[in-house]
Design a protein. Sequence first.
Length: 253
Amino acid sequence: MVNTSAISAHEVDFFYGDFQALKKINLDLEERRISAFIGPSGCGKSTFLRLLNRMNDAVAGARMSGRVLVKGRSIYDRNADPVEVRRKVGMVFQKPNPFPKSIYENICYGPRLVGIKKSADLDSIVEKALRSAALWEEVKDALNKSALALSGGQQQRLCIARSLALSPDVLLMDEPTSALDPIATAKIEEWIKEAARELTVVIVTHNMQQAARVSDATAFFYLGELVEFGPTKELFTNPVNKRTENYITGRFG
Ligand SMILES: Nc1ncnc2c1ncn2[C@@H]1O[C@H](COP(=O)(O)OP(=O)(O)OP(=O)(O)O)[C@@H](O)[C@H]1O
Ligand SMILES: [Mg+2]
């Protein structure tokens, strides 16, 4: 049996104008695993994450080379559809960004865009997504309430639910808990571990304890390079590269 990676990057270079933000990145992420991206500020973590669902397409003056495959399909081929790519590879950002609409409408937004109209179908998508994001019990009696009236942690779980409503294969999370308190953070971490039964998760984090707590594999980026990638326990206890060791022991970053 061929074991297809959820995400596979080959020789990826990325430039903002003249500035090279990513250098020859090669990385394979296994399906239904949680991977953490760590590294000091400005080393290219978010740039790389955004490449995985074509979120950098709109950046003026930027260019990339190399290949990115999602489940074996090249997402930068001429005939690859960016909208379809983003359906399969969802994204959650640092700051929760719900639409100024009801909880219900936030989750229906994507499904409606792809043509799902029947209210019974939408109702069940909303319930399933909210349950999956561990928010259902808190909001089931207030689905028409504005999403902006939720707490920060609830808003972030709503954004997760919104991504899940399109049944993605991969969820990319860029510092998803950095704006949240420890309790809300713990809930999201719990959720991530549960979610990996069905989903491939990539989380960018500055918090090394978080990377150690939630991830199966960790990638250390430094100055646009992928320095080291391996099982989280090994990378944190026995790093191969001196730069990884310096970073995880707090000598820089
Ligand atoms: N839109 C842009 N235009 C020009 N340069 C950019 C742009 N976005 C990022 N960069 C530069 O690319 C490099 C990588 O940035 P990126 O945001 O990927 O880093 P990061 O590792 O996510 O950092 P942080 O941990 O602070 O979020 C940085 O030097 C940054 O200044
Ligand atoms: Mg970033």
